[in-house]
Design a protein around this ligand. Structure first.
Ligand SMILES: [Zn+2]
Length: 290
């Protein structure tokens, strides 16, 4: 009898763990594949094809699935066409952090990525634009020296070619395996953006789920216009860290895109179906037409 009780409990725990595991697995895919996909939020099952046709947004609850950098660039550029810039940069392990190099190589094999960011040069509504997209599948999109260098080069390229720049962020922040060198990327990217700004060129920061730490504290916050996807987590330190520091409970919607819009940090929350048209409209408002 008692044994059965324990068994039941164990099974319950196991199925809960499986559910959590499944949720994590789903969240970490570039984009859902397989015949069916269940929504991370409402758990409803959909044909993956239906989800793809809906730009990876749940047709039932509107949950915006995480999408990979290449999927994002395909969605945003005209006919999904663009030239990838700054490919083939060497991996960096400046601190010789134990196991780090192997981890990076493994991730390169597992994903279609060289690092946590991809840069595309193409056209949006006929306007030549540089678009940077981060990818959480690669060490949570954290910013190490290669990510920082690639983003800096993308900004400098946009400045020297007089092009508008859009950065789609999603990141766990600075990359701990590169210590202070990853923190330096915050200053480096910000300095490059200052020059882009001085040249009178447009920069749109496009925040997607989740954007935290050093990325929030640098280029994600520096957009002339800051757009966010619905319900995206935007923050610097985590909720628990803040709550235990200030000894106060934070509101439920703390660090969501909606909360940040109320505080004036985010200018606009845009559903994915309106992403391209909104960008095109903003480019037009700034006198950029193809
Ligand atoms: Zn849903």
């Amino acid at each position: 009898m008692i044994e059965n009780l324990f068994k039941e409990r164990k099974e319950k725990i196991r199925s809960f763990q499986q559910l959590i595991g499944k949720k994590k697995k789903l969240e970490n895919k570039e984009a859902p594949d397989g015949l069916y996909t269940s929504c991370v939020d409402c758990q409803e099952m959909f044909l993956t094809k239906t989800l793809r046709e809906n730009q990876y947004v749940c047709p039932r609850c509107g949950y915006h699935f995480k999408i990979g950098a290449y999927t994002r660039l395909n969605m945003v550029f005209d006919q999904g066409k663009y030239k990838e810039l700054f490919k083939g940069m060497k991996l960096a392990d400046p601190l010789h952090f134990p196991g780090y190099q192997e981890k990076l190589e493994k991730l390169q094999k597992k994903t279609d990525l060289e690092e946590a960011v991809v840069v595309g040069d193409g056209k949006i509504n006929q306007v030549k634009t540089v678009v940077v997209a981060m990818d959480t599948r690669f060490l949570m999109g954290s910013m190490g020296s290669v990510v920082g260098e690639k983003i800096t080069r993308a900004i400098e390229y946009a400045t020297s070619h007089h092009r508008p720049l859009i950065i789609f962020t999603c990141s766990g922040g600075a990359r701990m395996q590169e210590g202070i060198i990853s923190l330096m990327q915050m200053a480096k990217t910000s300095a490059a953006l200052a020059k882009h700004h001085e040249a009178g060129l447009l920069y749109i920061s496009y925040i997607t789920h989740p954007t935290t730490g050093g990325v929030t504290a640098s280029f994600a916050s520096l957009g002339d216009i800051i757009i966010a996807e619905p319900k995206a987590l935007i923050g610097f330190a985590g909720r628990r860290v803040i709550e235990s520091t200030i000894k106060e409970q934070l509101p439920d919607d703390f660090q969501t895109a909606e909360f940040m819009e109320k505080q004036g940090f985010v200018d606009l929350i845009v559903e994915r179906k309106d992403m391209k048209n909104t960008i095109a409209r903003i480019l037009k408002m700034h006198g950029l037409e193809g």
